[in-house]
Ligand binder design. Structure first.
Ligand SMILES: [Zn+2]
Length: 242
């Protein structure tokens, strides 16, 4: 039995009840369902706490994909959780919220820079995408104006599922050359941002682009002859990371 991925349908949920189904080595705890996002697609695994019925807070240091569709939560080795026990899962929301805003902003960046993505990474402080630009060039001020406009337009962010066969028939939907779309059970999760972006993605996102807030292009760096690394960071003067 695999872990039900509650963060997929409930990206804004911060707390939920789950039942321990297995405990493993290194403090690993598996539950029947989880709000904790496991590291993948450039987005870090969630941190937070599991709260026991008698009110103890057990820190979760990291979350990874385990075997057979399980999600592995890394607690302190030596915890006393056992299968069958109920826990309240509470994610480190400020950190996850920053990941969701940053992740969504990187989708917007891929709209503004319509070239193949060769790499990327999402952090709470900074996020980046590497593009294979070929002979094209990008300009920081133009990108910042574009990003600001896409955020202000408040496009809705939604997700849906299509079949692997449907995606295979439309290879142009895959922008990321370095990361294969998450596959399983014949279905692919697609993320749609208004009518501007539609691509396979298994991560967590805000629900409308205005929630991205005050992010800007911090740097554009050469990574070889064809590649450019574009890094986003929070505005210091505005709302910051709040
Ligand atoms: Zn995404």
């Amino acid at each position: 039995m695999s872990t039900q991925l509650r963060f997929r349908d409930l990206p804004m949920a911060q707390e939920s009840l789950a039942s321990v189904t297995a405990v493993g080595a290194d403090g690993v705890v598996v539950t029947d369902a989880t709000l904790f996002y496991p590291q993948g697609g450039g987005q870090p695994g969630d941190r937070g706490v599991f709260i026991t019925a008698d009110g103890r807070c057990l820190p979760v240091h990291d979350t990874r994909k385990g075997e057979g569709g399980d999600v592995w939560h890394y607690l302190d080795p030596g915890h006393d959780l056992v299968a069958g026990q109920s826990v309240t899962q509470q994610i480190d929301w400020p950190r996850r919220w920053a990941h969701m805003r940053m992740h969504t902003a990187l989708h917007l960046l891929s709209v503004l820079v319509p070239h193949g993505v060769t790499g990327g990474s999402i952090g709470a402080e900074r996020g980046r995408l590497d593009f294979d630009l070929g002979e094209a060039s990008v300009d920081k001020e133009t990108l910042n104006a574009g990003l600001k406009a896409l955020i202000a337009a408040d496009h809705p962010v939604t997700s849906e599922w299509i079949s692997e066969a449907e995606l295979d028939a439309r290879p142009e939907l895959v922008k990321t050359m370095s990361v294969a779309p998450p596959r399983g059970a014949g279905m692919i999760r697609m993320v749609r941002i208004g009518d501007i972006d539609y691509q396979p993605c298994g991560g967590t996102h805000v629900t409308s682009t205005a929630q991205v807030g005050a992010l800007h292009v911090a740097s554009i760096k050469n990574r070889g002859a064809r590649n450019r690394r574009i890094t986003l960071a929070w505005n210091q003067t505005a709302e910051g990371q709040a």
